[in-house]
Design a binder for this molecule. Sequence first.
Ligand code: 6PG
Length: 256
Amino acid sequence: MTAESQVRVESDAGALALAAAGILREAARDAAQERERFVLALSGGSTPRALHRLASQEPFLSTVPWKQTHIFWVDERCVPPEDPASNYGAARKDLLDAVPIPQGQVHPMPWQAPARQAAHRYAGEMQGFFRLKQGAFPCFDLIFLGVGEDGHTASLFPGQASVEETERWVVAVKGGNPDLRRLTLTIPVLNRARRVVFLVSGAQKAPVVKTLLTGPEAPLPARRVRPVGGTLTWLLDRDAASLLPGDTAHENRSCP
Ligand code: 6PG
């Protein structure tokens, strides 16, 4: 099945967060209705924070099926949850403390062990949840991703071997800003999702958005995200979309 991709442009960062919260609610309701559970993977960084805060308030607080929601992380920095760099810590403050998700359905990435062991342990936790045969990949209902000005996504940085991983679900890496040891889901896991949504805001991201969406094939990690049987949405604000040709937005087309 060919993946479909869509580019959607919202007026500003607030409208972007609202559109993302709408996508989350729709995906959650569909999944809960069809499969009795909604499996979501969250990214870190600054862009999703407005989404997380919105989703923790009405009307989303009472209309998302939180009790059937299971949350995993796309990536994590190996720091304790109290550290401002912790993706889990930020999501806890912005979202998780306010919504009725049973504690056992929240799956933060471990940060304490040596990173390689932690990656292995998280893959084991995912396996305990998804219960798949050897060689299979888990299917998230929805994955939110961000993109860096260098074209990284998750904690998959340009030029690093982790971008080429084809078997493991979770790997340990070092890099990014802040430059830390990190854990990240791998490209084959991202590409098995039912729906992947990139959230991108701000004029500083406009050049990379242009390269990723209209440029010649570039070996950037974000470019590797092409869900095999799912859909891909680029949700941009006007500043992030400012270098795109006028006909790119709102257009449904095959993945580049
Ligand atoms: C992380 C990420 C990373 C992030 C991008 C965009 O934990 O660092 O998951 O891939 O999504 O760097 O970050 P901003 O939203 O802060 O621009």
